[in-house]
Ligand binder design. Sequence first.
Ligand code: GDP
Length: 304
Amino acid sequence: KSLDEGLEKTKESFFTKLGKAVAGKSKVDEEVLDELEEVLITSDVGVNTTIKIIERIEERVARDKYLGVEELDRILREEIAGLLAENNTTDLSDFSIPQNIKPYVIMVVGVNGVGKTTTIGKLAAQYKKKGLNVLLGAADTFRAAAVDQIKLWGERVGVPVIAKGMNTDPSAVAFDAVKQGVDEGADVVIIDTAGRLHTKVNLMNELSKIKRVMQKFIPEAPHEVLLVLDGSTGQNAAIQAREFTKATDVSALAITKLDGTAKGGVVIGISDEFKIPVKYIGVGEKVDDLQVFNKMEFVDSLFK
Ligand code: GDP
């Protein structure tokens, strides 16, 4: 799916609400701004980010004295683009990894069902397509289905999967995967982990242990901790981001399932709140439905 197709529902719902909010109005006044605040919040932009955007528009209204409602789309677009740009990490231009690190180790975290395995499969496919040697580690040993699923992706994409079966120590799997990655000269090692949030201490301990064993081979590993969030859960995704960032050093985000949801505004709020680069977005179940996130393309697509 294209980005435009993926964001269709978000766009449709947002502009329908916005249209209602300004119906019969000619200028942007207190009332329109209140309505706009409501529209942004119900579009899952998040309360803090919404307030920030509203305040900036208020400032413009105060400065320019008069703002016609027909200008609201453009102004909103500018403010959202400005806000995203402040999270001034550079967007990836394609599925690439740093050339001077080998193997580049990615630890993937996130709660069950968010699309973690699917995202790993899609990423593996993209790296493979670029001619990189990829190795997957099935360290989500808590659910049998998770191990089977990642094996299935491995077969589908044609990359080896290190697995030791259900209920084995996840850090033992990570150990084997990173060791094999080093021994065989892999370019990328992607480690799946179990996303049990029920106790934060458990999660923290498990993730630290996985990191510690990797560091026996590669002191800097993992080079990337990718948190996968399900965009269709809206504010729940933001809550999970808060929990995971407390439990471990998350360095990148993947926000999935933006297709088929009207809650795509969550990308704006999460990007603004966490200042962690959103690297990928998922816009479908197929292998090609993972995209490198680009802030401006995202805003352009929303306001097209
Ligand atoms: P995990 O438990 O986090 O590993 O989740 P899975 O990778 O098994 O994904 C759960 C479900 O979400 C599967 O049915 C996937 O096909 C689906 N899924 C994952 N990413 C996306 C996406 O970007 N869009 C849509 N529509 N479905 C997705």
